[in-house]
Ligand binder design. Structure first.
Ligand code: SF4
Length: 733
């Protein structure tokens, strides 16, 4: 009998383990996708510690996406109004290398940008960092994590001295009170929600608070749903702290011994009396008091959040203010308690570990730190000073660079900015100005491919072996179970080949993803995310492992020796999932966590007489981001066939929108035409639109035609969650 291949679901940051079996076995029935391709059989991996055999509809149907609309060969064209022509890898790579050299000479390395993705495996991320930051000489690598998690990254670094969620999924089953803010976990991280919900249902003493302007399936399961007005999160968080302070429900000993900055924070929260906060948030006073009581009376509070907090012009302030509540009440470093950001992409965490944003380097290092740059340059074997000392361009800054003609080469890999960036008309106009865009993807067509000069076919899920880290810091070896289709190659191999052709042969000498991984983990030594005890071989042997996982002693630098064989040295003990900061010592120089003192600022674009509604955006259970996969899978596509706008019945009546009608949504930047969904689940004055539809799937109904790029000044994460709009009833389209 064929043994299943172990891998990871390539969708969200929950990171559910999968087992894959070949499509046809003698005597067994098998099935085909709607194009007649044999389907691999996929099931949940019961041995995976994060998911324990569970999968949602996306993981369960992943096999149907493997052979649909795949990009099989490199393609090129000179102008965007020409059709693509198939070319050899040799021709495509030489064209790219020539363009890199030309741009380096004429505009400088800072005119080269790469925009990557949490769909990368860690080995892809790491190789891209070396190519851009170490060899080409620009820190202009950013990933779609900038639109997703960068506020959480900044919040952790500033509050604790290092990035890294301190909690684990076991905390879902050990908490007394789950505080979910800005996360529709039931739809967007379903298996995390299943674990929490089971614990919550089985114990009446366990409380669940959900903060969301919509009555989502997550909110419907809560003991207390705080339907605050969009943009009032900071009022709410400071208001809860005010009440805890007033009632003496805080942990003075923890505050004294483990933190800094409490007096300044206390001075801020004085300004948030409950009556004012309830009024600002649009909730009842007793609801606010109940939330504070749940926090104050619970031994263990676990906060969960995702895009509703991060995608904000005050995203870092919100993250730090959530962490403030944990510091104030001593809710960290113990089972069932702590702040827990849920990552969107399957390997956004691996990207952070590998340095996959414009301001960071592998091993949770910072580009601004000279010691950090030097440590990385030594391992990369590049001359001192090769890594630029300032952060590169963030995702939106790359779009601005294109607008201003400052970018000579824009390389997009495994992501779809022509759908996911804010202010799409501006984004598309900027992409049209790009003199040379490379689009490296598994699928064709995509919206971004329409703006590309070169298409590079990438191997995807199941076609390459590498690692991914999920939201609870569990690293899984994702094993290939079939060869890449057509001429597709692993992303890291493409980056390495370009590096070698630029003359960096020793830097890109690795022959396998396992060798790339060995080099990457060497850069985690003695860092918070120490993974020096890991290798592909060890992960295959042990199964998924949570970091930190250091090598057993400094004398054993790696478990793979020069011959590539596994070292006979004694293996590190297999650890159970555990929390960071259990010692109550943080990663700051004095080991104390930092309180932050932020006042509420509100939305960057509040509603006004011309645009009287707040549009909020989000995700649906069956779809994933811009639908490159889920739009091609009949089951998930049928679950959510078209976009819609949720409107409260009172607002629908006011505007003259009928339940089966259509609406034009207009913001200061653009418009979208789509069907109306009248529902009391959305608060009056707020409307909701899902984010999954680009022009390939629903032309003229793109949510990001409406959103704006105003970003958090610390994390540079745009406020994709809210903008001001007006509504006009239109005839069905
Ligand atoms: Fe995949 Fe996320 Fe669903 Fe798990 S919860 S199966 S990781 S999409």
């Amino acid at each position: 009998m064929t043994a299943p291949v172990k891998t990871l679901c390539p969708y969200c940051g929950v990171g559910c383990g999968l087992e894959v079996l070949p499509p046809a076995l003698p005597g067994k029935t098998t099935s085909r996708d709607d194009q007649g391709n044999l389907l691999w059989r996929v099931r949940g991996d019961r041995d995976h510690p994060s998911s324990k055999g569970q999968v949602c509809v996306k993981g369960a149907t992943i096999a149907s996406s493997l052979d649909k609309d795949r990009l099989l060969h490199p393609m090129m064209r000179d102008r965007l109004d020409e059709p693509f022509r198939q070319v050899s890898w040799e021709e495509a790579l030489e064209r790219i290398v020539t363009q890199i050299k030309t741009v380096q000479l004429t505009q400088g390395p800072e005119a080269i940008c790469m925009y990557g993705s949490g769909q990368f495996q860690t080995e892809d991320y790491y190789t891209a960092q070396k190519l851009l930051k170490g060899c080409i000489g620009t820190n202009n690598f950013d990933a779609n994590s900038r639109l997703c998690m960068s506020s959480a990254v900044a919040g952790y670094i500033q509050s604790f001295g290092s990035d890294g969620p301190p909690t684990c999924y076991d905390d879902l089953e050990q908490t007394d009170c789950a505080f979910l803010i800005g996360t529709n976990t039931a739809e967007c991280h379903p298996i995390v929600f299943n674990r929490l919900r089971k614990h919550h249902k089985g114990n009446r003493k366990v409380k669940m608070i959900v903060v969301d302007p919509r009555r989502t399936p997550t909110a419907a399961a809560a003991d207390l749903h705080l339907a605050i007005r969009p943009g009032t999160d900071m009022h709410l968080l400071n208001g809860i702290a005010h009440l805890l302070m007033r009632w003496g429900m805080y942990d003075g000993l923890f505050v004294d011994e483990c933190t800094q900055g409490f007096p300044e924070y206390s001075a801020v929260i004085e300004h948030y009396p409950p009556e004012l906060v309830a009024r600002e948030c649009g909730i009842r006073l007793d609801e606010l008091e109940q939330a504070a009581r749940y926090w104050g009376k619970s031994e263990r509070v676990l906060s969960l959040w995702s895009m509703g907090v991060n995608q904000s012009s005050e995203g870092t302030a919100k993250v730090r203010t959530i962490i403030n509540l944990h510091l104030m009440t001593g809710n960290i470093g113990k089972p069932g308690a702590g702040p827990f950001s849920l990552t969107g992409q399957p390997n956004a965490m691996g990207g952070r570990e590998a340095g996959g944003l414009a301001h960071i380097l592998p091993g949770y290092r910072l580009v601004k730190n000279p010691e950090h740059r030097s440590a990385v340059e030594q391992v990369w074997q590049v001359p001192p000073g090769s890594i630029a000392d300032q952060p590169g361009l963030s995702a939106w800054e790359m779009i601005e660079g294109l607008e201003q003609g400052q970018v000579g080469l824009f390389w997009v890999a495994a992501t779809n900015p022509a759908v996911s960036m804010p202010d799409l008309e501006r984004t598309k106009a900027a992409l049209l100005k790009s003199p040379f865009t490379i689009c490296q993807d598994a699928y064709y067509p995509t919206e971004t491919a329409a703006y590309a000069h070169v298409l590079l076919p990438a191997a995807q899920f199941g076609e390459k072996t590498g690692t991914m880290t999920n939201s609870e810091r569990v690293v899984t070896l994702c094993q290939a179970f079939r060869p890449p289709v057509g001429e597709a190659r692993a992303d890291w191999e493409i980056f390495a080949e370009v590096g070698r052709r630029l003359g960096f042969t020793s830097q890109f000498a690795a022959q396998s993803a396992a060798e790339v991984y060995d080099e990457f983990v060497s850069l985690t030594r003695d860092r918070l995310c120490d993974m020096t005890g890991l290798s592909h071989g060890r992960l295959a042997e042990l199964g998924p492992v949570q970091w930190p996982f250091p090598a057993p002693s400094a004398a054993v630098p790696s478990l793979r020796d020069e011959t590539g064989e596994e070292s006979p040295s004694s293996p590190p003990e297999v650890r159970q999932p555990r929390r960071l900061y259990e010692s109550l010592e943080f990663a700051t120089p004095d080991k104390r966590a930092r309180f932050a003192a932020f006042h509420a600022k509100g939305l960057a674009e509040p509603p006004n007489p011309d645009y009287p509604f707040v549009l909020t955006t989000g995700r649906l259970y069956g779809h994933w981001h811009t639908q490159s996969r889920t739009g091609r899978i009949p089951k998930t596509a049928e679950m959510h066939p078209k976009p819609f706008l949720e409107v409260h019945p009172k607002d629908a009546e006011k505007i003259g929108l009928s339940p089966e009608g259509w609406v034009e949504v207009i913001s200061p930047r653009g418009r979208a035409r789509l069907a109306v969904k009248v529902t009391p689940a959305i608060a009056p004055g707020t409307v909701f639109m899902p984010m999954h539809w680009g022009f390939l799937w629903a032309d003229g109904a793109e949510v990001n035609a409406l959103t704006h790029p105003e970003a958090c000044p610390i994390s540079l994460e745009p406020e994709l969650k809210a903008c001001a709009v007006r509504l006009v009833a239109i005839a069905p389209q």
